[in-house]
Design a binder for this molecule. Structure first.
Ligand SMILES: *Cc1c(COP(=O)(O)O)cnc(C)c1O
Length: 399
């Protein structure tokens, strides 16, 4: 393995203005110029290293962006105020009125709603496909298709995208492959595998403390410049800018991402194995029973494992609700949406995070009412957690 995303982040060296070990926070929305001409040049994009206005860029946001670009192996990156604030400008920048997107059908509910209900009013339509079938992807491509969109590890069913093969398809038809890597930072490096643009919701594992929302777009300098253009850049004009104070705090949390991901993966693998042995049908890419286990192994950065997300079906929504309430009462985690927290988080995505997806569509993609999605926490003693969870499952008749 020649590319190690955590080493790339660690190799960056920044100092604060006064020799601080953390970069100084740029607490300004606007910037002075010593010469009027430099201001003009900056407006026109010809003054490298000069700042104009913080919706365009700010030193703190650039520091965080450069660290995330290093992690994903892309030329550069633009941070955003949320994951959706990264996804929506990307798609709007890449598509014009009359264009078409081929998207995975198992994606984050907000992304699905944007593609299905929002962006059509700008004349951009989407065909949703089963991402695990390369034939179906190729068959959905039209004359006017511009973007192939998926999640590296899908939400909530944990389907794995064959990024290398999808990149080949994208090249063949001159499309941009856009991959949301929110579920699998460090474990998967879609940019290295051939994706053109890699997106994250920083809200989840990368920030990891459930205290903010944030997002990032990683890509070529040319694409990021286009997003920032004062004339027609979607990030600049739609304005989903992250605040500098927040980006400084996300950068500090990024420092421990590699340690956290290893622990999330280790704990999730432990629980997945144990519960599978107990006879529960667990969906986890680290298990041999996962249909794309081998595919994941062919792509992953091994030391970061198979990630912290797992899912299983307990048969009905009532059972799922009962079990989750009991687990919360026993302090095994929180009944909450989102992921990547130190504490285990669980929810039933059919009625929660994927409720934007109509019931009929949910059925088609295999998203059942009784499905519980868990983001496994950083529990120090996962054996103890397992024993306690098992008791809950026995009490609620799941085991
Ligand atoms: C949460 C999430 C998003 C949206 O991110 P926000 O920060 O909530 O805007 C997008 N994609 C995936 C896979 C997510 O889990």
């Amino acid at each position: 393995m020649s590319f190690d995303p955590a080493d790339k982040v660690q190799d960056l060296q920044y100092f604060g203005e006064f020799g601080g070990v953390n970069p100084s926070i740029s607490d300004s929305s606007t910037y002075t110029f010593l010469h009027a001409k430099t201001m003009m040049d900056t407006f026109e994009g010809n003054a490298e290293g000069c700042y104009l206005y913080s919706r365009h860029s700010s030193p703190s946001n650039l520091f965080l962006g450069e660290a995330l670009a290093a992690m994903e192996g892309t030329e550069t990156a633009n941070v955003a105020a949320s994951g959706m604030g990264a996804i929506t400008p990307t798609l709007m920048q890449l598509c014009n009125n009359g264009d078409h997107i081929v998207s995975s059908r198992t994606i984050y509910g907000g992304s699905y709603a944007f593609l299905k209900n929002f962006i059509p009013k700008f004349g951009v339509n989407t065909t949703f496909v089963d991402i695990t079938s390369l034939e179906k992807i190729e068959a959905a491509i039209q004359e006017n298709t511009k973007v192939l969109f998926c999640e590296a590890v899908s939400n909530p069913l944990l389907e794995i995208a064959d990024i290398r093969e999808m990149a080949k398809i994208a090249k063949k038809y001159n499309l941009k492959l856009v991959v949301d890597n929110t579920f699998s930072p460090l474990s998967l490096s879609p940019g290295i595998l051939g994706a053109d643009v890699v997106l994250h919701s920083l809200t989840k594992f990368i920030n990891g403390s459930s205290d903010t929302v944030g997002g990032v777009i990683c890509g070529t300098q040319q694409f990021i410049n286009s997003l920032r253009s004062v004339n027609d850049g979607a990030s600049m004009l739609l304005g989903p800018v992250m605040d500098s104070l927040r980006s400084a705090s996300v950068l500090k949390n990024l420092r421990t991402l590699h340690i956290r991901i290893k622990k999330h993966s280790e704990n999730a693998m432990y629980l997945a194995k144990k519960f599978e042995e107990d006879g529960i049908k667990i969906i986890y890419p680290g298990l041999k029973s996962h249909p794309q286990h081998e595919l994941y192994k062919s792509m992953y950065n091994e030391e970061y494992g198979f990630g912290g997300m797992l899912a299983f079906d307990v048969g009905s929504l009532k059972k799922a609700d009962d079990l989750m309430e009991l687990m919360q009462n026993r302090n095994l985690g929180y009944l909450a949406v989102s992921l990547g927290f130190y504490k285990t988080l669980f929810n039933a995505p059919g009625t929660g995070t994927s409720s934007e997806i109509p019931e009929e569509e949910q059925k088609k993609m295999g998203l059942s009412d009784g499905l519980i999605r868990m983001s496994i926490g950083l529990d120090n003693n996962i054996e103890r957690t397992y024993q306690e969870m098992k008791k809950c499952m026995i009490e609620k008749g799941v085991l």
